[in-house]
Each structure stands twice: as C-alpha cells, then as structure tokens.
Design a protein around this ligand. Sequence first.
Ligand code: NHR
Ligand code: GAR
Length: 223
Amino acid sequence: MDSSSAQERPKLVVLISGSGSNLQAIIDQVGNGTIDADISLVLSNNPDVMGLQRASAAGINTEVINHREYDSRDSFDRELIRRIDAEQPQLVILAGFMRIFTPAFTNHYAGRMLNIHPSLLPEFKGVNTHARAIEAGANQHGASVHFVTSELDGGPLVIQAIVDVNEDDTAETLAGKVLQQEHTIYPIVVKWFCEGRLSLDGNQVRLDKQSLPPQGIAHRAES
Ligand code: NHR
Ligand code: GAR
C-alpha cells in the first residue's frame, strides 16, 4: 500500500477501576462496526475487577497497574504513561476510573483524554454523586462527558445526559437510570472523536468545526 492510502483505524486505550459497563458499551459498538477503531489495551488500577473479564472475553489485551504498589501519585502516573504510550493511542478513555491524576499526566494527554462523570457538571464533582443529588433535592440529574484537564471534573464538556429525579428515587435507582444513559452517550462521543469530528481547541470543544456551548450538548432521556 502506498502512503496516501486510507489511514489506520484509531487506537483506543480504556482505563477502568471496576465493573466496566461503560467499557462494555464501547466494546459492543466497536464490535458491531458503529465505532471504527481498535481497543488496543484495557488498563485497571484494581486487580480482579469485572471490567478486566469483560475485556478478556472480547479478546482485548489487559493490564493491571496497581496504585497500591507505587509510593507516590507521580510514580504511578509515570508508569501509566509509559504503558499507555507504548500503544500510541489516538484517544485515552476513562470509564469508571477512580484515581485522581497529577497535572503532568493530564497535560500529557491534553485534548485526547475523555471522562464520563455521573452528574450534571459543574454540580456534584467528586464521588457519591447520586446520594448527594438526592440529598440536595435535585429535580434533574445525569451524566457528563468531558475532556480531562488538571481541574478535577472541570474539563470542557462535550455532552450531558439529563434524567428526571422522581420522589421515590433512591441513590441506587438513580444510579441505575444514569448508568443506562451513560451507555448511550459515551459511545456516541467516542465515535465522534474517532471520526475526527470532535476536538479540543484550547478550552473550546468543537464538533464538526462548530463551537459547543459551555454545558456541551444536552441529551434528554425519554421517560
Ligand atoms: N484527574 C484529573 N486531574 N482531572 C480529572 O478531571 C479527573 C482525574 C482523574 C479521574 C474521574 C473522576 C470522576 O469522574 C477522573 C477525573 C476519582 C476521584 C477521587 O476522589 C474523583 C473524581 C474522579 C475519579 N479519587 C480518590 C483518589 O484519592 C479515590 C477514591 C476511591 O478510590 O474511591 O484518587 O468522578
Ligand atoms: C459510572 O457511573 C461512571 O460514571 C462512574 O462510575 C461508574 C462506573 O461504572 N465514574 C466515576 O465515578 C469516576 N469517578 P462502570 O465501571 O460500570 O462503567
């Protein structure tokens, strides 16, 4: 093949810490051809999590880099970078990854790392988002996909899935409704990125060369 022939499929590296249902949603859409990419590696900071089994079942390489075996966030992040860069991925995907990164890490992957966070950012950054939304009496809740920057859960937003909070919702029922929406919106964003339609220019997200509003695109769940 000559050098002007079609580009290779983009390579993805997915970072997980747990059950990996968002990873599964992406695996499924790569598998059925909706996302034209290869998942070259799934990395977990926790051994023995279900997400690693999902990856293996799909024939994807997995590796564990256990943060408990590193004496600092810096040394853990350096090892992650070494392992990720060996794959030369176009995109790094955080899918339920639970370790905060140093700025050296987030700067290294600026514009090519995405996260899904279970709240309507900028509300409820951090952990335990569903219980906090209930506690606050929120009428709406959801999930956000954003480019990752050094500001925790503060990077530029691509899309938000909005779900209604009902009176009888608990943190658990709400988590289930939100997770279902996550499985819809995250593969869409990954597909856009792989098709070269989505990019980050400074702090501005662009989709098909159009600037997105600060909250990103709103995706309302049918109820
Ligand atoms: N790192 C940076 N610099 N910026 C972001 O936006 C990041 C990040 C690392 C992870 C995911 C994020 C989420 O979607 C994410 C975004 C973990 C924590 C946390 O408090 C907070 C936010 C996120 C992930 N982690 C604890 C820690 O000490 C451990 C908590 C635990 O193990 O349960 O790293 O929510
Ligand atoms: C998802 O709800 C994701 O948004 C959230 O954890 C869950 C992971 O589920 N992420 C975070 O809280 C990141 N700190 P999964 O492992 O089944 O994809």
